[in-house]
Every structure is written in structure tokens, then in C-alpha cells.
Ligand binder design. Sequence first.
Ligand code: FE
Ligand code: FE
Ligand code: MG
Length: 165
Amino acid sequence: MGTLGRSIVGEDADKIIELLNEALADEWLAYYQYWMGAKVAVGPMRGQVAAELEEHAVEELDHALMLVERILQLGGRPLLSPHDWFEATGCGYAAPEDPYVAVLLEQNIAGEQCAIRAYRDMMDFTKDLDPVTYDTALQILIDEIEHEEDLEALGQDIQLMIDRR
Ligand code: FE
Ligand code: FE
Ligand code: MG
């Protein structure tokens, strides 16, 4: 922990660490949801959908890294066990039980929309308190907005392909 780095955040550091851990759980669950979705996907444009899901999986892991680094800087303890993920998660996990590409895209779009709300809330909470966490949340938010758009565009292309046949 950075002693002064934590103290400038003041008494809200623990609440910020809690928000960061909630987001950390979300990112790991999003990682697995994407990673597994890429393996099981079936249907039109399967290869392209799988490639996009795999790319997003990697980016969610990078978000997890950014969150852990901030938790440690604040002197917090990151969630140490996968058992903790379901306790802490705000966005949950949608298992790819129906592997049809359009269903996978819908599930992951819902996940991205939850993430967008969560990082927006994290920015609102940290705005005047903790500029470093604010910046982290902003950097991640930029990616989540891109993710949502990528998935929606793929879903539209699949729909167009079906409609125009
Ligand atoms: Fe993410
Ligand atoms: Fe994402
Ligand atoms: Mg993408």
C-alpha cells in the first residue's frame, strides 16, 4: 500500500475497495462467460463471433488486473478465492447454456450494459474523492462501451443475413 496514496483518499478508502472488489468479481465472471461462449458457440458467423468473444475475454482479464492494482495501492485485500466471486458480483454470470450465437450475444450485451452502469456509478462515487480510481473506472468504461457496440453490430449483421436470405 502507498501510505500517503491511501491517506489522500481519506475515510472512503474502504468503500472504494469494496466497489473495486465487486468489479473484480464481475470481470472474472465476464472473462469466463466470454471464454466459454467462444468455445461452445454455434450458428451463423460462428468463427467471427467466437473471435470477438475471445478478444473480449482477454480485455476483461486486463480490467481485472487494473482493479487488483488499485485495490493493492489502497491497502485493500483483493478477493482471494473464486468462492468470493458470487458473493461480491454485481453483474452476475450467465452460463452459455443455449450456445446459439444470437443468444450468446444477447447475454454478453446484457453483461456489458451492467458493467457500463457499474463503472459509471464508480466514477460518480469517486469523482471528488479519488481521481486515480476515477481514471481507472473511466479507462475500463471506454472498453465496455466498445464491447457493447461490437456485440450489437455483430448481432445486427447476423439478423441481416437471416432477413435478406
Ligand atoms: Fe471489463
Ligand atoms: Fe466488457
Ligand atoms: Mg471488440
